[in-house]
Ligand binder design. Structure first.
Ligand code: GDP
Length: 362
């Protein structure tokens, strides 16, 4: 069978435009009311590995209601001692790179060795697109019906930092529920990679061979974060181009300073669709994990990530508190206008707003 994209008549770009799916929930359906769960019910259910309780707890983590957040934070705290025992892999690539196809195959591959896999996502655009990019479970056909997998679309509300924090908290819950492999997927469009990188042990960048100038489109910072680059769709007529792209990426990587992990990022080619080269990718990932566990970088990176998230949470909450303060809400537009008119310097405007904020707090 020839993949449609390898058909010589195929002229389309590799990037496919998604469609918005209608909600799968019938709005007229009366659902039975769910039993109210206490913090201990949540924790016990999660530790037993009960996926329904896990899903409900993740819904609380994602909720913006203060009372939900309060329960969620307690549940997370009680789950923390049971968490941490997993391998966390970030998987990034532009839409159309083949993430869904690959994660389906990768997932089945890692589950062959036993254990349980959770697939989470960070999609900063999901609020706009109603979660249509990474929101749909059916993108991973085989994995979504596998008894040992748990697939959760990206949380949708809030800033990128907020969305990412919720995904990170969900990792804790999944680990406490016995998921020992966690994939965090993101669209390769910029900042979301930084967020994913700050919560995974291995960052895999999925790339495509293009017209020979593939290195131009990809931001240096993203490449620098990658622990491995996998060139997808190395099948049919595309094999040579994929190999060429791989050697270009490999030489580009040599120009970067040596990573803190002392690991040399590798570039491999594979085909998610035909399941070629998938084993090699996972051999590389596990080789990396052994390597960084032996040299201490694994624990170091996790500690650094915890520190990062502490400061990130402080920053996010301070920002929220500032911008939602009624005094500031009243003043902000006016001060912005004065800066635009040249009546105030940016610095003075910022200082007046901050002074007003601190005064309002007293
Ligand atoms: P995503 O947007 O990154 O999740 O990408 P998808 O997994 O939805 O794949 C986008 C398109 O690329 C689909 O038409 C897939 O069938 C195709 N595709 C995915 N993997 C491969 C592959 O290994 N080889 C080829 N030729 N096409 C692939």
């Amino acid at each position: 069978m020839v993949h449609p994209e390898n058909n010589e008549k195929y002229k389309g770009l590799m990037v496919n435009k998604g469609i918005e799916r209608p909600s799968s929930v019938n709005p007229y359906l009366k659902r039975p009311k769910k039993r109210h769960l206490s913090v201990n019910d949540y924790v016990e259910g999660i530790i037993k590995g009960d996926v329904t309780t896990l899903s409900r707890a993740v819904t609380l983590v994602e909720s913006i209601r203060t009372e939900h957040q309060a329960i969620a934070q307690e549940v997370i705290e009680k789950c923390l001692p049971y968490a941490g025992n997993s391998v966390r892999i970030g998987i990034s690539g532009v839409p159309g790179a083949g993430k869904s196809t690959s994660i389906d195959v990768f997932g089945l591959h890692v589950l062959q060795q036993g254990g349980k896999l959770a697939v989470l996502a960070i999609d900063p655009s999901s609020e706009r697109s109603k979660g249509s990019i990474l929101g749909d479970k059916t993108r991973m056909e085989k994995l979504s019906v596998h008894p040992d997998s748990f697939i959760r679309p990206s949380p949708s509300a809030g800033s990128l930092g907020g969305v990412a924090r919720k995904t990170r908290e969900t990792i804790v819950l999944c680990e406490a529920a016995g998921f020992d492999k966690i994939f965090v997927e993101t669209v390769g469009v910029g900042q979301s990679e930084t967020a994913v990188h700050s919560m995974v042990d291995f960052f895999l960048l999925i790339q495509l061979a293009g017209t020979g100038d593939e290195l131009q489109g990809i931001k240096r910072g993203i490449m620098e974060m990658a622990d491995g680059i996998a060139i997808n769709k190395a099948d049919g007529d595309n094999i040579d181009r994929a190999k060429l792209a791989a050697s270009q990426f490999q030489s580009a990587l040599r120009l970067f300073p040596a990573p803190e992990s002392k690991w040399t990022p590798q570039v491999l080619t594979y085909s998610g669709f035909y399941n070629i080269g998938v084993k090699e990718i996972w051999d590389m990932v596990y080789q990396y994990i052994d390597f960084v566990k032996a040299n201490g970088y694994f624990d170091y990176r996790r500690n650094e990530q915890s520190k990062y998230w502490m400061y990130e949470t402080i920053n996010e909450q301070l920002r929220d508190s500032f911008y939602h303060n009624p005094t500031i809400e009243k003043m902000l537009a006016e001060k912005e206008q004065q800066v635009l008119n040249g009546h105030l310097t940016s610095f003075v405007a910022a200082k007046r707003l901050l002074d007003a904020y601190f005064e309002a707090l007293q």
